[in-house]
Design a protein around this ligand. Structure first.
Ligand code: SAM
Length: 280
């Protein structure tokens, strides 16, 4: 279900760059979030590449940046490997061929957490390239540590708000797939507005998926699953691959968030939608 396509077979580039931009740590890139414990409110001016609706002007505060504890290994990996595997955020389209050093199906993961699932999937599917988006320092350090230990060549990281990355760096019809596994549920009713998967962002995201590509969301919060089912179902560019919820695709490993949910007695819901060729 990862839609493995055919890779060019060319060797991956040793460093990750965007459209020839000078390499710099993501936390020093323009607009990059600082780990200062502040809750972030990101302005969403109209996207420069299509899908412009006034609703994109709304702000989604889907995450809170806490200082958090970073282990020595995560910090070491962050310092040593971000220059190689990090792609600084910038308001310019990502050149995936330049970044990965080859042409391969590009799958984006939003909010990879500690990256254990990302690393497992990337290792199991060397034919695909994976672009992980995450704001949290320990998580980015953790995935970089896994990339180093597993010698993965098909993963790159943008440490920045996913809404801005999708809007500014991803061209329309570009992605073979998108993974959003266990997005923050913001389960209190008054916080529902902070949920990432709402109609304006879903519409933007769908426009970045290639016709035939897929959007896979998993959550262990039943009411969020229902909301996502409704929002994805109402998006003209997307069509459900099944009646409602899909069986867990074999490529999706269990992550610690999922294990915690299962321990709490939560059911897990997978939603797998396809991008249509054109709006119905
Ligand atoms: C509940 S965790 C799930 C992590 C992982 N997918 C898993 O299943 O273990 C959600 C993650 O999404 C990240 N996140 C939330 N909103 C984000 C945004 N707008 N851009 C990038 N990352 C975001 C958070 O930092 C957090 O690590």
């Amino acid at each position: 279900m990862t839609d493995p396509g055919k890779a060019s077979g060319a060797a991956p580039a040793p460093s990750a760059r965007v459209d020839g931009a000078a390499q710099q740590p993501a936390d020093r890139a323009a607009g990059a979030p600082a780990a200062d414990g502040a809750s972030r409110s990101l302005p969403l001016p109209g996207p420069p590449y299509g899908s412009t609706t006034p609703e994109h002007d709304r702000r989604i505060r889907s995450y809170v940046l806490r200082q958090g504890r970073i282990t020595n290994a995560q910090q070491r990996a962050h310092d040593a490997l971000l220059p190689q595997f990090g792609v600084p955020y910038r308001a310019g389209l990502l050149d995936a061929h330049d970044v990965f050093g080859r042409t391969a199906p590009l799958i984006m993961e939003i909010g990879f957490g500690m990256g254990e699932g990302t690393a497992q999937i990337a290792q199991a599917h060397p034919e695909n390239d994976y672009l992980g988006i995450e704001v949290h320092n320990p998580g980015v350090g953790s995935l970089l540590d896994r990339i180093g230990r597993l010698a993965l060549t098909n993963v790159r990281i943008v440490q920045h708000d996913a809404v801005e990355v999708v809007r500014d760096m991803i061209a329309p019809d570009r992605l073979a797939g998108v993974h959003v596994f266990f997005p923050d549920p913001w389960h209190k009713k008054r916080h529902h507005k902070r949920r990432l998967l709402q109609a304006p962002f879903v519409s933007l995201l769908a426009s970045r998926i290639a016709p035939g590509g897929y959007l896979h969301v998993a959550t262990d919060w039943a009411d969020y699953a229902q909301q996502v089912l409704a929002v994805l179902g109402a998006e003209p560019l997307l069509v459900n691959t099944v009646e409602q919820y899909a069986p867990r695709p074999a490529y999706r490993p269990l992550t610690r968030f999922e294990q915690r949910g299962v321990r709490l007695g939560h059911e897990v819901f997978d939603l797998v939608f396809r991008r249509r060729a054109a709006a119905a």
